[in-house]
Design a protein around this ligand. Structure first.
Ligand SMILES: Nc1ncnc2c1ncn2[C@@H]1O[C@H](COP(=O)(O)OP(=O)(O)OP(=O)(O)O)[C@@H](O)[C@H]1O
Length: 596
C-alpha cells in the first residue's frame, strides 16, 4: 500500500491536476454503468413478462411514474436513453484510456529525463562504483517496467472507484446481501495476500536476472574479439543458456501465480453467486427486482475485484524496478558534483598556475592511498609531463586536476585560489582531455569532430586534422569527412583513432590540453609530427602529458615522476635525465637499452 501511495505521489507530482480529472471521469463511468443497470428494471417491467415490484424498493421508485406510460411509448424512451447512456459511457472510457496512456507515457519520459539528468550530474566516483550495464538496465528495462507499474496504479484506482460506486448502489438496494458478499470478498482478499508477497519476490528476481543478463551480454559483446580468439564460445553459451533458462522459469512462474489467483477469484465468484442467490431467497426474502439488480451488479463487480487483485500483483512485481529507479535517482542526487543550474557557462581562465596542495586521495576508504601528500605546481602555458611506472597514480592525478576526483585531504588551487565546486564545469570547459581509451561515436568523422564545436568551419576542421597528422588518412577514406567510422571508431586503426581524437581535442580550442597516453599507438614518424605541433602550442596553451614512451615528452618544460602515489622527482627533462640515481634516468636508460 505504501508503494502504491509512493507511485501515486510520483504520478501526481508529474501530472498535477490531470489525475483528478481522470479520477472524476472514472467515477462518472461507474455511475453511468450503475444507471444502465438500474434501467434493466423498468425495461423488464415494460416487457410485462414479470412484475418486478418496483414500488417496494426505495431506489427504484424513481421509475414508478413509468408504470402509467403505455409500453409502446415507454419502451422506445428507455431504449433510446439506454443507448445514449452506453454511448456516453464509452466515449468517456475512450477519453480516459487515451488520457491514462498519455499520463503513463509522459510519466515514463519524465522518469527517463529525471534519471538521466541526475545521472549525468553525478560525480566521477559514482561512475567508478557502478557497473555501466546496471545503469543501462535501469535506464531502459527498469524504467519501462516502472511506467507499466504506474499504468497499473491508474487501473487499480479506476477499478477501486468503479467498485465503490457499484457497491454503494448494491448497498442501497440491499444492505444485508451486500454486506454478506463484501465479507466474503474481504476474506478472499485476505487469503490472496500471499500472492502479492510472491509477486514482489518474483519482481525482485526479475530485476536481478535482468541485471545479470544485460551485464553479461554487454561484457561479452565488448569482449567478442577475446572470446573468439581464445575460443571461449562454448562457456559463454553455457552461461547464456543458464541465465535465459532462469528468466524463462521466472516468467512462467509469474503467469502461474497470476492465473492461480484469478482462478481462485473465478471459483469464488461462482460459489458466492450461488450462495447469495440461495441466501437472498431463503433468508433475506429478496424481491425479484432486488435480486436481479444485485446479480447484475455483482456479476460485473467480481471481474473488477479480480482485476484489482491482478493490478495489485502487477504493481507488486514492478515495485523492485521502481525502487531501483528511485534509489538510483537519489544516489545520483547525493553524488551530484554541483547544484544543477548553478554551473558557469564560461571557460575558466588560468593565468599563472594550477596547484595541488598536500593532496591525498584513495578510491575506497579500505584501500591504500592512490595519491599521497602531493604538492605540485603546473605552470600555465607550459608543457608538464607525468611519468612513472604503471599504477603509480598518473591518471588519478589528472582526474584530481580536472575536478573529477575530489581530494580526501588537501586541495586544488587555480591561480592561488581553491577550486570551488561551482567552478568545475567552467574548468572543464577550458580543458580538452584525450584519455587512454578515447571514445568515438558510430557516425561520420565530421560529426565526431563537430560534437565538441558545432560551429567549426570546414577550414578549422582540416586545420585540426593537420595538427594531429590525421588529414592525410581522412582524405583517403571512402567518403572523406563523411565516412562512418563504426562503433567506437572500429573501422580505423588504433593510431588513426588517436589522431582523430587529438584533432577533436584541438578543435575545441582549449586553454588546457590533457593527453593521457594519447600518442601511444602512433608510429615514430607521426609521433614526431605531433611533438612538433605540441611544441608550437606551447606559450598559448597549458599542456599536461602522461607518457610511458619518454621520447614523447622530451620537449616538456617540467617532468613530474610519480611512484606509488607520491612525487619522487620533478624538474626539467634534461636535469632529471642526468640525475644518475633518480628513477627517471633509470626509466630512460631502460627504454634506450630496449631499443638497442
Ligand atoms: N577505479 C579504481 N578503483 C580502485 N582503484 C583504482 C581505480 N583506478 C585506479 N586505481 C588504483 O589506483 C592506483 C593508481 O592508478 P592510476 O590509474 O592512476 O595509475 P597510472 O599511473 O595512471 O597507471 P597506468 O600507467 O598503468 O595507466 C593503482 O594502484 C590502481 O590500482
Amino acid at each position: 500500500m505504501k508503494s502504491i501511495l509512493y507511485f501515486l505521489k510520483q504520478i501526481h507530482s508529474y501530472s498535477g491536476k490531470i489525475i483528478y480529472i481522470n479520477l472524476t471521469a472514472m467515477a462518472s463511468i461507474g455511475l453511468l454503468e450503475g444507471v444502465a443497470i438500474l434501467l434493466l428494471v423498468p425495461l423488464i417491467s415494460m416487457s410485462g413478462v414479470i412484475d418486478l415490484g418496483i414500488d417496494t424498493i426505495p431506489l427504484l421508485q424513481v421509475f414508478s411514474f413509468m408504470e402509467n406510460i403505455p409500453a409502446s411509448v415507454g419502451l422506445p424512451i428507455i431504449l433510446i436513453f439506454y443507448v445514449f447512456l452506453v454511448v456516453g459511457q464509452n466515449i468517456v472510457k475512450r477519453q480516459l484510456t487515451v488520457k491514462n496512456t498519455s499520463i503513463q507515457q509522459g510519466f515514463l519520459r519524465y522518469m527517463r529525463v529525471e534519471t538521466y539528468r541526475s545521472l549525468l550530474h553525478a560525480n566521477w566516483s559514482f561512475f567508478i562504483k557502478h557497473r555501466k550495464s546496471d545503469l543501462i538496465n535501469i535506464l531502459t528495462g527498469e524504467i519501462a517496467r516502472s511506467s507499466a507499474g504506474a499504468y497499473s496504479v491508474l487501473q487499480f484506482i479506476a477499478s477501486l472507484g468503479f467498485s465503490f460506486i457499484q457497491i454503494t448502489l448494491a448497498f442501497v438496494l440491499s444492505p444485508s446481501i451486500t454486506t454478506f458478499v463484501l465479507l466474503c470478498g474481504l476474506v478472499l482478499i485476505f487469503f490472496n495476500r500471499k500472492f502479492l508477497k510472491r509477486s514482489l519476490a518474483l519482481g525482485s528476481r526479475n530485476y536481478e536476472l535482468g541485471r545479470e543478463y544485460l551485464g553479461g551480454i554487454t561484457d561479452q559483446v565488448n569482449g567478442i574479439k577475446d572470446i573468439k580468439s581464445n575460443t571461449l564460445e562454448a562457456s559463454r553459451i553455457e552461461w547464456f543458456e543458464s541465465v535465459t533458462e532462469k528468466m524463462e522459469a521466472e516468467q512462467v512462474e509469474y503467469t502461474r501465480l497470476k492465473s492461480t489467483s484469478q482462478l481462485y477469484y473465478k471459483i469464488a465468484s461462482a460459489v458466492l453467486i450461488a450462495a447469495f442467490i440461495y441466501f437472498a431467497l431463503m433468508l433475506f426474502q429478496a424481491q425479484a427486482a432486488q435480486l436481479l439488480l444485485i446479480i447484475a451488479i455483482f456479476s460485473r463487480l467480481w471481474p473488477t475485484v479480480a482485476g484489482i487483485q491482478a493490478s495489485m500483483e502487477q504493481i507488486a512485481t514492478t515495485i523492485p524496478s521502481f525502487k531501483a529507479v528511485i534509489s538510483l535517482q537519489n544516489e545520483c542526487r547525493q553524488s551530484a558534483e554541483f547544484e544543477i543550474g548553478s554551473e558557469n557557462k564560461h571557460a575558466l581562465q588560468v593565468n599563472y598556475q594550477i596547484q595541488c596542495e598536500n593532496v591525498f586521495f584513495r578510491y575506497n576508504s579500505q584501500t591504500q592511498y592512490a595519491l599521497e601528500s602531493i604538492d605540485l605546481t603546473i605552470p600555465a602555458n607550459q608543457m608538464t609531463a607525468f611519468v612513472g611506472r604503471s599504477g603509480a597514480g598518473k591518471s588519478t592525478l589528472i582526474d584530481i586536476l580536472m575536478g573529477l576526483n575530489k581530494p580526501e585531504k588537501g586541495q586544488v588551487l587555480i591561480d592561488g585560489r581553491p577550486l570551488r565546486s561551482d567552478q568545475l564545469t567552467s574548468l572543464r570547459r577550458a580543458i580538452s582531455y584525450v584519455p587512454q581509451d578515447p571514445f568515438l561515436f558510430n557516425t561520420t568523422v565530421r560529426e565526431n569532430l563537430e560534437l565538441v564545436n558545432g560551429k567549426a568551419t570546414e577550414g578549422e576542421i582540416w586545420e585540426a586534422l593537420e595538427f594531429s597528422s590525421a588529414a592525410e588518412f581522412v582524405q583517403k577514406l571512402p567518403n572523406g569527412l563523411d565516412t562512418v567510422i563504426g562503433d567506437r571508431g572500429v573501422k580505423l586503426s588504433g593510431g588513426e583513432r588517436q589522431r582523430l581524437v587529438l584533432a577533436r581535442a584541438i578543435l575545441r580550442n582549449p586553454s588546457i590540453l590533457v593527453l593521457d597516453e594519447a600518442t601511444s599507438a602512433l608510429d615514430t614518424e607521426n609521433e614526431a609530427k605531433i611533438q612538433g605541433a605540441l611544441e608550437r602550442l606551447k606559450g598559448r596553451m597549458t599542456i599536461i602529458v602522461i607518457a610511458h614512451r619518454l621520447s614523447t615528452i622530451k620537449n616538456a618544460d617540467k617532468v613530474v615522476v610519480l611512484e606509488e602515489g607520491r612525487i619522487i622527482q620533478e624538474g626539467a627533462f634534461a636535469k632529471l635525465s642526468v640525475e644518475k640515481k633518480g628513477v627517471f634516468s633509470h626509466l630512460l636508460r631502460h627504454q634506450l637499452e630496449a631499443i638497442q
